[in-house]
Design a protein around this ligand. Structure first.
Ligand code: PGA
Length: 263
């Protein structure tokens, strides 16, 4: 895993946008795995800016989101469908009929999960998956205890996650209890995974997933089993890492080798 510690959240957004540009420039029809939450918003803003100034085109790209709440209409302001349209899709030149999210309104959730897995497979798999991390170590909505081989399915959210997300809803009681999420196994099939973490509230989860054991109690720790993961952290999220100096040294050597490039 490549651990990149940057001074602040803005630098994390810019570096993540650089990676998107690198992938989409090479593969204009790239399949992009997208995430919701507070963390990727800065990256999406940077991508919108670059798209509007002609530095990146999304016209041929396909996207798959990690997850969606069950029981919210997609037009609900807090659905992830709304989040993605408001924060990215409506502002860029992407074909929205190739922007996929699981449907939390389906009558047959199991069938919907199966359909979503098939769509990912038919698209040729995800080239670049962006992830946030929950303060409990979740990725997507794979809460602690999730099978590390899991596929897209329905999950019950922990109280901690519902509390963390209450800020978007006004009250914890309004946060749905269930979501459809790509599984850990689904996520691990992406070609390249970039996990973003900012702020001290993520420091413990970051320490556990990078330097702790691989365990379903910290679903993000499964990323240790993937050959191509970049963790982009700001100083706050990196606070509890034991081997910070080593990661910084490696990064210096690596960027010198790459002429300041990131891959
Ligand atoms: P956040 O959520 O970006 O809003 O902190 C991250 C996550 O739950 O994966």
């Amino acid at each position: 895993m490549r651990v990149v510690i940057l001074p602040d959240s803005q630098s994390v957004s810019i570096r993540a946008a650089d990676i998107f540009c690198f992938v989409v420039e090479q593969y204009p029809d790239a399949v992009l795995g997208l995430a919701t939450g507070g963390t990727p918003i800065g990256t999406y803003q940077e991508l919108i800016r670059r798209n509007q100034t002609g530095q990146i085109r999304f016209a041929e790209a396909t996207t798959f989101n990690l997850d969606e709440y069950v029981g919210l209409a997609r037009t609900h302001p807090q659905s992830y469908w709304s989040f993605m349209h408001n924060n990215l899709f409506s502002h860029i030149d992407i074909a929205t009929d190739r922007c996929y999210l699981p449907s939390g309104e389906s009558d047959d959730i199991q069938e919907e999960c199966h359909r979503y897995e098939e769509l990912i497979e038919q698209s040729g798999g995800i080239d670049l998956q962006i992830l946030g991390i929950g303060s409990d170590g979740h990725i997507g909505f794979n809460e602690p205890g999730s099978s590390l081989a899991s596929r897209t399915r329905i999950k019950a959210l922990t109280q901690r996650t519902r509390q963390d997300n209450a800020r978007f809803f006004g009250s914890i009681d309004d946060v749905p209890q269930l979501a459809i999420t790509m599984g850990v196994g689904t996520i691990l099939e992406a070609e390249l995974i970039v996990l973003l973490a900012t702020g001290e509230s993520k420091a413990e989860a970051v320490k556990n997933f990078i330097e702790g054991p691989v365990t379903s109690m910290v679903p993000a720790s499964a990323l240790q089993m993937h050959p191509n993961v970049i963790a982009l952290l700001d100083a706050g999220a990196a606070t509890l890492l034991q081997r910070r100096d080593y990661y910084n040294e490696v990064e210096q050597i690596q960027s010198a080798l790459e002429g300041n490039h990131f891959l």
